[in-house]
Design a protein around this ligand. Structure first.
Ligand code: PLP
Length: 354
């Protein structure tokens, strides 16, 4: 740290991303990426002519892609916002809708970035404890009179709230924005985006990173009432209007054209998740019932950290969190069936040796 850093950032705790090791090839089950490559037409979309066009700025309005998304979801294009990954949108949402007297609330166990964004914006916040079984008690979010952020499915539990529960939260907090972060919704949960036509305070955030095999291209989007989308644009045009680059826009458009390819891949991942869950339960693991592309698991009597370390030695990366309430657990991203079988074999060796 230099002596020049603004005081307000001195104590900022930054987000810790999962490992992206560059030293060797692991079976990578640690950051919820897709094991499948983008659809063939995405590879074609990024051709040499488009690379020549990199000398030109990208379309700050992301018009083509917004229209494609609007068509896919049956909303109007002014209800769609695009950004450089959904982290960018979440940051903008904290910037636009919290602070200056508006406090934030989110679950104590959830996506680690919410707390970082709150601190970055100087927003006071409350972390609402998950229930004993790690589910969210929606009633704790009713009549809060705060800016609310909930991941649905939640991370890293994979558990969901129902649409009617989300609706109760929206209805009882009419003076504040409620962000529903649906990074994992495509793996079998239900999206609440149809509610954007009925609730002026609902912002739904999704990403191309998980279900659309584009984590490295950085593309996220939000669906919401056009007034909320205009607020996000106000922040975007005050920071970096070109925050989605030309190659990513093209890849995103080709991705929406290939929607059936991704639906099929999501189905395969959901099947592999249910298969892995059953096999782990046979081995004696406790597995939370996930609707996402990961599962949160523990083995009574063996430390989560130990299992993580042993697997890493055999070339398999999973995610361990040191957060107190989930320190006995590990989060395992669902990969291909072949990857999951290697994982199941290796983890079985670890737990049967104790
Ligand atoms: C991965 C993830 C994100 C961020 O996704 P990007 O679009 O890659 O920035 C947001 N929210 C949750 C809950 C996530 O797990």
């Amino acid at each position: 740290m230099s002596k020049f850093l603004n005081n307000k950032y001195l104590t900022l705790d930054t987000y810790t991303p999962g490992e992206q090791p560059q030293d060797m090839q692991y079976i990578k089950l640690n950051t919820n990426e897709s094991p499948f490559p983008p659809a063939p037409n995405v590879l074609k979309a990024i051709n040499s002519r488009e690379i020549e066009n990199l000398r030109l700025y990208s379309d700050p309005e992301c018009q083509n892609l917004r229209e494609k998304l609007a068509g896919l979801y049956g909303v109007s294009s002014d209800q769609v916002y695009l950004s450089n990954g959904s982290d960018d949108i979440l940051n903008f949402a904290f910037m636009a809708f919290s602070g200056n007297g508006t406090q934030a609330a989110f679950p104590d166990i959830s996506y680690g970035f919410y707390k970082v964004f709150a601190n970055l914006q100087g927003t006071q916040y409350t972390e609402i404890p998950l229930k004993e079984d790690f589910s969210i008690d929606y009633q704790e979010y009713c009549n809060l009179d705060k800016f609310i952020v909930i991941a649905n499915p939640n991370a890293p539990t994979g558990l969901t709230l129902s649409i009617s529960e989300i609706e109760r939260i929206l209805k009882s907090n009419p003076n504040h924005v409620v962000v529903i972060d649906e990074a994992y919704v495509d793996f079998g949960a239900e999206s609440c985006y149809p509610l954007i036509n009925r609730y002026e305070n609902l912002l739904v955030v999704q990403t191309f990173s998980k279900s659309r095999s584009m984590a490295g291209a950085r593309l996220g989007f939000a669906l919401g009432p056009k007034e909320l989308i205009a607020d996000l644009n106000k922040i975007k045009y005050s920071t970096n209007p070109y925050n989605v680059n030309r190659m990513t826009l093209l890849a995103g458009e080709a991705t929406i054209d290939a929607n059936d390819y991704y639906l099929e891949k999501c189905k395969v991942i959901a099947q592999n998740r249910d298969y892995t869950t059953k096999e782990l339960e046979k081995q004696g693991f406790k597995v939370l019932p996930s609707k996402a592309n990961f599962i949160l698991v523990k083995y009574e009597g063996i430390e989560g950290k130990f299992i993580y370390e042993q697997l890493k030695k055999s070339g398999i990366l999973i995610r361990h969190f040191s957060t107190f309430r989930i320190k006995d657990y590990n989060r395992i991203t669902i990969g291909t069936k072949e990857q999951m079988n290697v994982f199941l074999r290796e983890v079985n060796k670890i737990v049967s040796e104790g």
